[in-house]
Design a binder for this molecule. Structure first.
Ligand SMILES: [Zn+2]
Length: 131
């Protein structure tokens, strides 16, 4: 059977490739359930949005949200979804850390380009950061 190293029973599908279709089960339900699970793990993250991780305190802008074959290509291994982010130091990476509504935060107060406070930007003007 499978080796379950992660002690998160509610997220049992996490390391399993999602079957796109099988001949015997109910493909519509399976795909629909997979989409629901993937959307929940991505959470409110959208391209251009800024978020702070409750795990490591890191703030990042989401560059892309991937699903299905796109996620597999971006990650290099089978996964139903992934996010590509850029952190304040300019590093970009693609990962599949699930959104945690208890710890992670949406940062509408921060600029998606420089990750600095929007209130410090010139009113109506462009971001002064050279990114
Ligand atoms: Zn800015």
């Amino acid at each position: 059977m499978e080796r379950g190293n992660r002690a998160v029973p509610a997220l049992v599908d996490q390391e399993r490739p999602v079957p796109l279709m099988t001949s015997t089960s109910k493909p519509a339900l399976t795909a629909e359930r997979a989409r629901h699970v993937h959307r929940r793990r991505v959470g409110p993250r959208r391209p251009g949005g800024v978020y702070t991780s409750g795990t490591d305190g890191e703030t990042y802008v989401v560059l892309a949200v991937h699903y299905g074959a796109d996620a597999r290509a971006a990650l290099g291994h089978p996964m139903g979804w992934a996010v590509t982010v850029r952190t304040a130091d300019g590093r970009e990476r693609t990962h599949c850390t699930p959104w945690d509504p208890r710890r992670d935060r949406v940062r509408g107060d921060l600029c998606p380009r420089c990750l600095g406070p929007l209130r410090r930007h010139p009113p109506g003007g462009p971001c002064p950061a050279r990114v």
